[in-house]
Design a protein. Structure first.
Length: 231
């Protein structure tokens, strides 16, 4: 009798294990499907973690062009007392660029929108980093039809992503080491809603100058207009 009772119990155990295995298999299948959907709609899952205005507010406080004299006795340094103003800008961007990375968007393709000639003419330009959208730090509010992302890996790049086509526009909006043997060029930014303000600095032995360089307007239909500012 004892042996007879063990048969149904054994069958029940096998049935339960079989059912558990089927459920696990279904979960794995569902997980694969969900992962595929996430990869296709990844940008919808990247949460906005910054607002406009975005950039260094100190850039809006100066009358341009702004100039700082070099300290001849301390090569590579600027004269006090106003040199701290320039150092504060660089420190501001250091804090922005050292933010924790988040998920990066996955556009099907993107076009590099060139802004001026500094990136074109730089002897030490890293072309792979110039087009990098990895190391994304911020998902910003949408600008017109575009989702907006800022990444930093050597250069600060702004990706404007059209989610209808999954294609984007990439703009190099920050750099701190462009140039040649004669000078160092730097690029800074300040974004207000649909306007991207670009500032460029030139570092020489005898001092540093900072200019308003470009005003980039992103229209509601997606058109990007670049205005060069004459100082």
């Amino acid at each position: 009798m004892k042996n007879v009772l063990m048969i149904p119990l054994g069958c029940l155990t096998i049935w339960a294990f079989s059912k558990q295995s089927v459920q696990f298999s279904d979960t794995e299948v569902k997980s694969v499907v969900i992962d595929n959907l996430i990869s296709q709609t990844d940008t919808n899952r990247i949460q906005i973690n910054a607002n406009f205005p975005f950039g260094c507010n100190d850039l809006t406080k100066f009358i341009y062009p702004k100039y700082w004299k070099g300290d001849i006795e301390n090569y590579g340094h600027l004269k006090e007392p106003n040199n701290q103003d320039f150092d504060n800008i660089e420190q501001c961007f250091n804090e922005i660029n050292l933010a924790k990375t988040i998920a990066s968007p996955r556009p099907e393709s993107f076009d590099l929108i060139e802004i001026g000639d500094n990136f074109k003419n730089a002897n030490n330009l890293d072309t792979s980093m110039q087009k990098s959208i990895d190391s994304c730090r911020y998902r910003l509010p949408n600008i017109g039809i575009y989702e907006c992302y800022y990444s930093y890996a050597h250069y600060g790049n702004l990706l404007l992503l059209d989610t209808n086509t999954n294609r984007g526009k990439l703009l190099n909006i920050y750099a701190n080491d462009l140039g040649d043997d004669a000078q160092t060029n730097l690029r800074y930014f300040y974004i207000e809603k649909n306007v991207i303000n670009i500032y460029e600095a030139y570092y020489y032995d005898d001092g540093c100058s900072l200019h308003e360089a470009f005003k980039i307007v992103v229209k509601t239909d997606g058109e990007i207009i670049i205005h060069q500012i004459k100082n």
